[in-house]
Design a protein around this ligand. Structure first.
Ligand SMILES: Nc1ncnc2c1ncn2[C@@H]1O[C@H](COP(=O)(O)OP(=O)(O)OP(=O)(O)O)[C@@H](O)[C@H]1O
Ligand SMILES: [Mg+2]
Length: 276
């Protein structure tokens, strides 16, 4: 039975999308069957994986999207074969092993907003999609990327859908403060107990740039555990600052440095493999 790993965060820009793609790559190279689900209407993850913009527009206009899957399941109550919607691309470059992807479109927000108003058990929307499509039978690992918590619907749906939740944050006071505040609000927002939620969360410090930042991590961990209890899990490995693959940007960013990316993520990847 495959596992679902959800990625969410309190502040934006902490590296969720980059982690989703690069972790998928590492798991794929270790022979896991991996599916990426992009639940951010800004299609950052899909763009990173697909790269050609006109292909993204084409898929979107043809309704080859997770939005359409959700609409079919809930509005039309139809059976859906996810393979009709799947996009597969070599990542990080077209010559690499293919990653499977379900991409969103601009209507995702509207479709989710409507279901959120009208549906009982709305927190189970994504969970139902994963079950109805049989994704845990087809994949060893499903990685879901979302938008930050400012629209809490996505985080709540993710908590119900995922077996494990990866929460990146930067080693800064503001990220620690905001992440802590959001984690405290999750039991009320999701109607689950803090035990149920926190026992599935793993926090990882990302973009650790300076020695001073690295040294401040134990202090931040203590601070958060004092506020939230020590069932909170922090990965031992943090992620340094590095140039990853990017959809736009400098040539250096587009190419990335495969060895650097692997080296920076190796620790987290090994810990995740054990934990998942
Ligand atoms: N460890 C890292 N070191 C340096 N830069 C990084 C690192 N991880 C991600 N980045 C860069 O930071 C930027 C934001 O990353 P990303 O888009 O993955 O964040 P996000 O959490 O998905 O953002 P959003 O909340 O907008 O969805 C990107 O330019 C990405 O290349
Ligand atoms: Mg993102």
């Amino acid at each position: 039975m495959g596992k679902v790993l959800g990625i969410f965060s309190a502040p934006g820009g902490v590296g969720k999308t980059t982690l989703a793609a690069n972790l998928a790559w590492l798991f794929r190279e270790s022979d896991y069957r991996v599916l990426l689900i992009d639940l951010d209407p800004s299609i950052s993850l899909s763009w990173l994986v697909v790269k050609e913009q006109f292909h993204l527009i084409d898929y979107e206009s043809k309704g080859r999207t997770i939005t359409e899957i959700i609409r079919k399941i809930f509005d039309e109550e139809k059976e859906v074969d996810y393979k009709d919607y799947l996009i597969s691309r070599g990542y990080p470059s077209p010559q690499d092993l293919e990653l499977d992807l379900l991409m969103p479109d601009l209507k995702l927000t509207e479709v989710i907003d409507n279901l959120w108003i009208n549906r009982p058990k709305r927190e189970l929307i994504i969970d139902k999609v994963i079950r109805d499509l049989g994704l845990r039978d087809e994949y060893d690992l499903v990685i879901i990327d979302t938008i930050p918590f400012f629209d809490r619907k996505y985080t709540v749906m993710l908590i119900y859908a995922a077996d494990r939740l990866l929460v990146p944050l930067r080693p800064t006071i503001i990220d620690v403060y905001r992440t802590q505040t959001i984690l405290r609000s999750l039991p009320k927002a999701s109607a689950l107990s803090s035990d149920e939620i926190y026992s599935n969360i793993g926090l990882v410090f990302n973009m650790v740039r300076t020695t001073k930042q690295k040294e401040s991590i134990p202090k931040y961990k203590d601070l958060m555990m004092t506020k939230l209890g020590n069932q909170l899990r922090f990965f031992d490995s943090s992620i340094g600052y590095y140039v990853s693959f990017s959809r736009i940007g400098t040539e250096e960013e587009v190419k990335g440095d495969r060895n650097t990316v692997k080296e920076k993520l190796r620790g987290l990847f090994e810990e995740l493999r054990e934990w998942i």
